[in-house]
Write a protein that binds this ligand. Sequence first.
Ligand code: ATP
Ligand code: MG
Length: 573
Amino acid sequence: MTHTDRSSSPDAAGHEAAARKDFLREKVAQDVASGRFGRPIHTRFPPEPNGFLHIGHAKSICLNFGIAREFAGLCNLRLDDTNPTTEDVRYVDAIRHDVRWLGFVWDEEHFASDYFERLYDIAEGLVRAGKAYVDSQDEETIRAGRGTVTTPGTPGPFRDRTVDENLDLLRRMRAGEFPDGAHVLRARIDLAHPNMLMRDPLLLRIRHAAHYRRGTAWCVYPLYDFAHGLSDAFEGITHSLCTLEFKDNRELYDWLVREAGFDPPPEQTEFARLELDYTVLSKRKLLRLVTEGHVGGWDDPRMPTLAGLRRRGVTPEAIRAFADRIGVARSDARIELATFEHAVRDDLNMRVPRVLAVVRPLKLVLTNYPEGKVETLDAPLYPHDVPKTGSRPLPFSRELWIDREDFMEEPLKKFFRLAPGREVRLRYGYLVTCTGVLMNDAGEIVEVHATYDPATRGGDAPDGRRVQGTIHWVSAPQALDCELRLYDRLFSAPEPDALAEEGDFLAALNPNSLVTVRGAKVEPSVAVDPPGSRYQFERTGYFISDPVDSRAGALVFNRTVALRDSWAKVKDK
Ligand code: ATP
Ligand code: MG
């Protein structure tokens, strides 16, 4: 069964739902059991096409599509495109692509911009019922007239316009007779309402601007609250799941769908927004990173966007597993980056082949190995605890590359790798003993010399003697040159947003979020793999050959996530 397959039996769906208990699912389960809506439940994912989707959206996607599937319901994709100045068809395409990539298929696709006429008709209905009026004050005066949390608002001079006068003005607003800001349509509710959002909220405003779908023909744009709940109602949404910052909006949501006569109305329930350490999850901020050139684009592997994570090598399965693992809560919670990285490693560990690659090469010469001889070792692609099999040929010769980090001329305590006089295992190869080094005039080590024990092919000594360290290597004559892009967290501060108040979240950008290493070496077996192939470079990390820039003869690998390195911990103490 695929993740998007909704044809599963009710039993299987129920079982799956029962396996995951959270307050949203409990609520939906009750509504399904009571038959409250008299039809299958219906959810939606409603992004605004003003940027690429990020990992926060993934949480919402997994919830909305996941719940629909678990309860044999439906889920829509709605492009919430009611703002003419920031939206673009490019973002619509990216959103569609990313939702599909995450593994979900929507039942219906809608655009809020298709509802402008319908919303306008509801606006006229509210005017006729005396529940909305045209206000000709500017928005600042309107805001001031709302009062404060402790003081009630005061009615403006236009609140008691007659229905006819309101209808006339509203129609002329729609006809484009007035400039931006000349009038707005407001609900007439209560200027002393304890909920500030209920104090005669704005419903429509004039915007003479080009909308990417509607062009310039339409000029009375619905505000978020007006468009959102009613769009849910138009589509027959039963459960409208949104993030906590919309809690106060729920009262207005309910008022609008009730006044418009929807019965049973859709019901909004809020859940905690995902906040992830060391990054920002706001399209507005991510857009700044792109437009100001702090990253290479929306799909820069350092971005928390789905496009960035994909290029970084993260799989949709890992993102879904992460969404499952963090669950849903009623109050906001920051998630540590380690939690995400765990999910990524767990997923890749079971999925990707192992290969040998050397980040910063240092020549190792086996002085007793015959010159010109090349052996082919048979190296497993997967470790024993992974239910996948296969092997690849691994050339071995007299001259090898090892990582600079794996050799110390004067080893520190707890350094168990290669050092003069010490014997270590070359992964899948032989036991070798370091006999000395070759230095250049500057006193830098250019070669490490060692002897190998021919009786230890495969890595074990027939006499049972043990070595403490195993290091990785690549045979020098056959090694492929490659570029490694070592990505790290984009921000140095766990909460870059917190800095936004004092100045700018950009102050927290990590200057070392990308370290490019040229002249790294990888074993030749990867030469035939297409771009976008994922690997574990043993002892180093998970990598993907860059889907955009990597090509035969000029291989580029992005580090998805490093392996946890116990020596690095000791060393950095
Ligand atoms: P942004 O600030 O990134 O633009 P948004 O909430 O304005 O976020 P929308 O495109 O309007 O973005 O969001 C579409 C859906 O995704 C909404 O239902 C929203 O609640 C949800 N969503 C957005 N960000 C997060 C997040 N960090 N965690 C969980 N859900 C989110
Ligand atoms: Mg938004």
